[in-house]
Ligand binder design. Structure first.
Ligand code: NAP
Length: 499
């Protein structure tokens, strides 16, 4: 008998269990995974870019070689669809290889070398060589909505390994069988490369205890979390209250405002409305970058756009959501909107709990939105709130009320002007203060993996707004600078590779 919670693979479309349940990791198993990561940490920190690249490319190859097995399993556990999941596996392999290139090209080993200057201070100085050392084992929390790209071998794992840190992954209970199979593949790659299994540790649980024990483990040096606001803030508190507090890189939910300026609506609004409706419903709205607030001026063109958006959304059919719990939270969020004074329902369809969800669109005026903090919370799913402004500058008040977001999209900013007007400057400045990524075209869903990418943003989008969880700068999170003063030649000659 065990009182540990059980994990169960569930068919996300039918809600029916698949296979037998199994017990969550025991406290001893969690401790063993952390110890194995700690044992692997020193050698991995001193590994070369070539060794790190070989591992990351091996993991990418393994994912691709097992696509036929992994993608259908992911589809059964998440209902995200084969096309999307094949694309997500491609992205995950691309990302692993991108971090392999970054490690090989020396990104984790960048050195700033200041030669000595004779004489007294402030101009005179010793030789200073600034290098970076890996933090140590990283606790990595997978998200439910990206079973490849933000899960066992996702961006956090890739960037931590590239930085020279082992990971201990807390698998997400919404895709437990996929997580286990991915871990088994990773273990095979590690064994083939004669690397310790502790480099990619794994714990699983369906309840808060597993994650809390992992974050509290003494040898854990940092946490990378992707998930909900509630989960992220709870675990950030655990990380901060340890006897030795550790960095917590939490990527949380977001409402991603889209500001539709009047200049964007001078032509046919249908195409824009179609694009936006597609983004709102993509993946049944289960994207951290899903556009949740659409700011539109109250005038005839704005009315026509909102009508077109309503029509387009009404014609879309989101698929089943990831879990029954996420579906309940979606229904609760919509009911909250509908019960909020001043919020008007634009799409009145409500699906029964056991039917696939219907998209939700509601409307509120800007002053009500700004004044009611509950309307600034993410409703995770295919839902958006249209906020109607009396003048373009009121969009700035809306952004300030949102406070922090992964993205802000500005449609209709004049690209032809050499000297933008003060109102445009103020809008762009405010968007940059509020978001990690500011878009001047397109929709926020879809986050390219590049060196220039920034996926984060002021709280509540992220608990560490100076960092990114997507793109190659993500590995900087797991490196701590050290200034070597008058270091011996053998140490300087390591060119940033820790000893
Ligand atoms: P979640 O429910 O917060 O779960 C994430 C992980 O945190 C799970 O392993 C969960 O474990 C654990 N957890 C949650 N609350 C905890 C607590 N109080 N103590 C300890 N562990 C806890 O999130 P989700 O369902 O995966 O994801 C949906 C959310 O993630 C959405 O809000 C979405 O916007 C956001 N998201 C953000 C990004 C981004 O990059 N910013 C990307 C994807 C998703 P158990 O389930 O075992 O308790």
């Amino acid at each position: 008998m065990t009182d540990l919670p059980t994990l169960q693979s569930i068919d996300a479309r039918t809600g029916l269990p698949s296979g037998e349940p199994w017990a969550a990791s025991t406290p001893d198993q969690i401790a063993a995974a952390v110890n194995a990561a700690a044992d692997a940490a020193v050698a991995w920190a001193a590994s070369t870019g070539t060794a790190r690249a070989r591992l990351l490319r091996g993991l990418a190859d393994a994912l691709e070689a097992n696509r036929e097995r992994l993608v259908p399993l992911a589809d059964r556990e998440t209902a995200l669809g084969m096309a999307r999941l094949n694309g997500e596996l491609d992205r995950t392999a691309f990302q692993l290889r991108g971090f392999a290139d970054a490690a090989e090209q020396g990104a984790p080993f960048a050195v700033q070398d200041d030669p000595p200057v004779a004489g007294g201070p402030p101009a005179g100085r010793p030789r200073l060589t600034r290098v970076r050392v890996p933090l140590g084992p990283v606790a990595m929390f997978a998200a439910s909505n990206f079973p490849f790209a933000f899960s066992v071998l996702g961006g956090d794992t890739a960037s931590a390994l590239a930085a020279g840190c082992p990971v201990v992954v807390k698998g997400h209970p919404a895709h437990p069988a996929l997580s286990r199979q991915t871990v088994a593949l990773a273990r095979q790659v590690l064994a083939r490369q004669q690397l310790p299994a502790g480099l990619i540790g794994f714990v699983e649980g369906a309840g808060v205890a597993t994650g809390v024990q992992l974050v509290q483990a003494d040898a854990i040096a940092a946490v990378a979390f992707t998930g909900s606001f509630a989960g992220g803030t709870a675990l950030a508190k655990v990380a901060a209250e340890r006897p030795r507090p550790i960095p917590f890189f939490g990527e949380l939910g977001s409402i991603n405002p889209v500001i539709v300026l009047p200049q964007a609506l001078t032509g046919d609004a249908t195409e824009l409305a179609q694009t936006l409706a597609g983004s709102i419903c993509q993946g049944s709205g289960q994207f951290c970058t899903s556009p949740g607030v659409i700011v539109v001026q109250k005038d005839a063109a704005g009315d026509a756009f909102v009508q077109a958006l309503t029509t387009q959304l009404a014609g879309l059919s989101p698929h089943a959501m990831l879990t029954a719990g996420i579906r309940r939270a979606f229904d609760t969020g919509i009911a909250r909107w509908r019960g909020t004074p001043g919020v008007r329902t634009l799409l009145a369809d409500v699906a029964q709990a056991d039917d696939t969800p219907r998209p939700c669109l509601a409307e509120v005026d800007a002053a009500t939105f700004v004044a009611d903090a509950s309307l600034h919370e993410e409703v995770f799913g295919a839902a958006a709130l249209v906020v109607r402004t009396g003048a373009p500058l009121q969009a700035i008040d809306v952004l300030r009320a949102v406070g922090g977001s992964l993205t802000v999209t500005l449609w209709g900013v004049d690209a032809s002007a050499n000297a933008p007007d003060p109102a445009t400057l103020e809008l762009v400045r405010t968007a940059s203060q509020v978001a990690g990524r500011v878009l001047f075209d397109g929709v926020p869903t879809g986050v390219a993996v590049t060196a220039a990418q920034q996926h984060g943003g002021p709280f509540p989008a992220s608990t560490a707004p100076a960092t990114t969880s997507v793109g190659y700068a993500a590995l900087d999170r797991f490196l701590r600078p050290v200034a070597l003063q008058d270091a011996p030649a053998w140490l300087v000659e390591r060119r940033g590779v820790p000893c």
